[in-house]
Write a protein that binds this ligand. Structure first.
Ligand SMILES: [Zn+2]
Length: 216
């Protein structure tokens, strides 16, 4: 997990820099692009020099990630979904696909590789560590595809090939180690859960639309 900031410095940094959805949602209902959130995530978690850098996300340095705030409600069984990560497929010769790609270009000026949607209503009142835990949980879904030998795959231009990872203990244990066990729900995570979180304790029991899991 590399060097991490002492708790008090990390806490202050997140408190001082975390973007508020109200900035992006001022004039938009339902969905709004969240460029400030995207910039903050890149600077904070993905940039190797970022204060909460996590090397698990290094392949995302080359990813075009479209971030969205939403005020629309999504439910997964009984849980309200707070975040979702999805892979954007290549455009097909269908109006539905063309319309979707047109929408992405309207939102982001280009078609992203991955779209991550965050519930703005929840984010506006979530504590800092719960917010960070949700962001990293969604980032953990945005994995790099691997070949039969387990080696990371790249396209012809040398760019990582992205894939959505299911909720896998190894991929998500970081989130518990960094933010605590509030809703780990997996036995293998208990070891990480028993240790003090590196950053701070998340309080949420939010749900993810990608894996349906409640998360720390
Ligand atoms: Zn998930």
């Amino acid at each position: 997990m590399g060097d991490v900031l002492p708790f008090d410095r990390a806490a202050k940094l997140v408190r001082d820099t975390r973007p508020s959805p109200s900035i992006d949602l001022a004039e938009v209902d339902d969905f709004a692009p969240a460029p400030l959130l995207g910039d903050w995530v890149a600077r904070t978690f993905i940039d190797p020099a970022g204060p909460l850098h996590n090397p698990r996300h290094d392949h995302l340095a080359e990813a075009r990630i479209g971030w969205l705030w939403t005020t629309a409600e999504q439910r997964n069984h009984n849980a309200v979904v707070m975040g979702e990560c999805r892979l954007i497929q290549a455009q097909q010769r269908k109006w539905s696909s063309a319309l979707q790609h047109w929408l992405w270009r309207e939102f982001f000026a280009e078609v992203p590789d991955i779209v991550i949607t965050i519930d703005a209503t929840w984010a506006a009142q979530a504590d800092d560590w719960s917010f960070c835990a949700l962001i990293e949980h969604e980032l953990c879904h945005a994995g790099q595809a691997r070949d039969g030998d387990g080696e990371p795959r790249f396209d012809v231009e040398g760019k990582p090939i992205f894939t959505i990872l299911a909720h896998d203990v190894e991929q998500f244990v970081d989130v518990v180690a960094r933010y605590g066990p509030a809703a780990a729900g997996i036995e293998d995570m208990v070891a990480a859960a028993k240790s003090k979180p590196i950053f701070g304790q998340a309080q949420i029991t939010a749900a993810c639309g990608t894996c349906g899991r409640k998360m720390a």
